[in-house]
Each structure stands twice: as structure tokens, then as C-alpha cells.
Ligand binder design. Sequence first.
Ligand code: 13P
Length: 290
Amino acid sequence: MLVSLKEILKDCELHRYAVGSFNTPTLETLRAVIHAAEGLGVPVVLNHAENEEEVIPIEVIAPLMVEYAKNARIPVAVHIDHGETFPYLMKAVQLGFTSIMYDCSDLSYEQNAERVKQFVELVHPLGISVEAELGAMPNNMACCIKGQGKSRLSDMQQYYTKPEQAAAFAEETGVDALAISFGTVHGRYEGEPKLDLERVKRIKSLVPEGTSLVMHGGSGTGRDQTQAAISAGIRKINYFTAMDTAPAPYLAEVIKKAGGEPVHYGRLAKLAMEVMEETVREAMKVFLNQ
Ligand code: 13P
């Protein structure tokens, strides 16, 4: 069933687990995520990021996301990931998204807070949840968020969210979910990730009860650190790179084994879906924090 992010987060807070939030820019990804969630009986968030427009336009993918969400046997929120431009967010409202991330994290604290506050006032009466970001998420991926190049990862602390600011921001804006920076990166890690879990605990202790904390860059973070982050207070985990890059090596083997014979695309797409479903299922089990 289609629900708001807020509704899902209430359950996450109550039972101390994190909901998986997966970008679904293809039908195979969408079906893989829904199948995995239904199989485990867990709620899920379907994401479409503004910078995925070049992969698939929102007008094409949104009706599918909403339809799959409505027909699902589990609660599903349909969410904009890293939305940055106001007209784009309004398009998402019209297309039936139940949750929107308004990412103004590259602006000053004051501008970020002001824009998010106004947006919350605009869409909360429509039953739409809002996520914001404070601090910055570094990128370590070729196809990266905000069209930036790879971030400098030698000094991760420059990106971290300041606990007192997070508390003031959540109070001022009334935001439902807040993405915080504490050591994760979008894309692949160089070496072992080192998460500042004390920072997560401190932020959790300071923000109002109605604001849930979000971890972006879930891929490659590892079971132990991911579960430690959930125990520290994370309630939504964005996860994409590991899922979306899982099929390619497998499909390359399939094509190689065909030894030059024609390989049907539909068959490859189905195999890709199965590989992604398995990856998503394993991630969801970790996010349950059991
Ligand atoms: P990963 O691709 O690193 O899993 O991060 C996804 C994400 O945070 C999308 O917002």
C-alpha cells in the first residue's frame, strides 16, 4: 500500500530498525525491490533522484512506482531523492510522490533552513513527508550526485553534521527526516569506512522526537557498522550502488558463456532483476538490526 514516509518512520522508531530506501530507475530495479520487501514483509521506500532524469524521466517512472506501491502487500513510500529545484519538486507532488527530499545542503545553514521550512509548510497539509540534509554527503562515484566530481575523502570531518545545528534545524523546519553526514559516502569506499557513531547518538539525543535520522551511502558500509549506526539512531538507509552494480559482472559471464551466440535482452533483464533482488534482500535483513 502507498503510504507517507512519516508513517513508515513511526514504525521504525517504535521497533528500532531502519527502512531501506532504494533508487528504482528501471522496471527491473523496481520489481526487484518490491519482491524483496514483500518476501521479507518489511516496509520500503522507492526513490527517484533528480539527477536520474538522464536515465529515465520522472513522468515515465513515477506512474510505475506509484502503481507498484499501491498494489504492494507492504507499506511503500514513493520518494524524491536529492531534489534540488522547486519546479521539479512540484512535478513530483502532482505525480503522487508521498515523500520528498529537498536537498539545499550546499547553501548556507540559514538558506537551507528557510527553504526547507517553507517547503514543509507547503506540503505537510498534503500528507507529504519531507527529508532535508545538513552537513554534506561526499561522493565517490563516477555518476555522482549534483554533477560534482569525486569529493576529497582525505578529510571526512569537513562534511560532518554538527549536532547542535541539527537540533536547531529540525526544530526550526519541522522536517520529518534529516540526512546527516558522519562518515558514509555515496558510491564505493576507499578502504574501511569509519563512522562517527558518537555523533549519531548525540544528534539523536538532541533532535525532536518527530525527526528521524537518515544515512545516505549505505552500499559497502558493512553489516557491523550499519547495525551500529541503526543502534545509534539511524532509521532510514539509502542504498543504491551495490544493488545497481551487482548484475554487470554476472551478465558479462552469461554473455561470455554464450560464446558469440545471440543473447536476448529480455533474458538478461530478468537475470539482472534476480541478482538485484538478492542484493536488496540481504541489505534489508541487515537493516532490520536483528
Ligand atoms: P550508495 O549508492 O552509496 O548506496 O548511496 C545511495 C544514496 O545515498 C542515494 O541517495
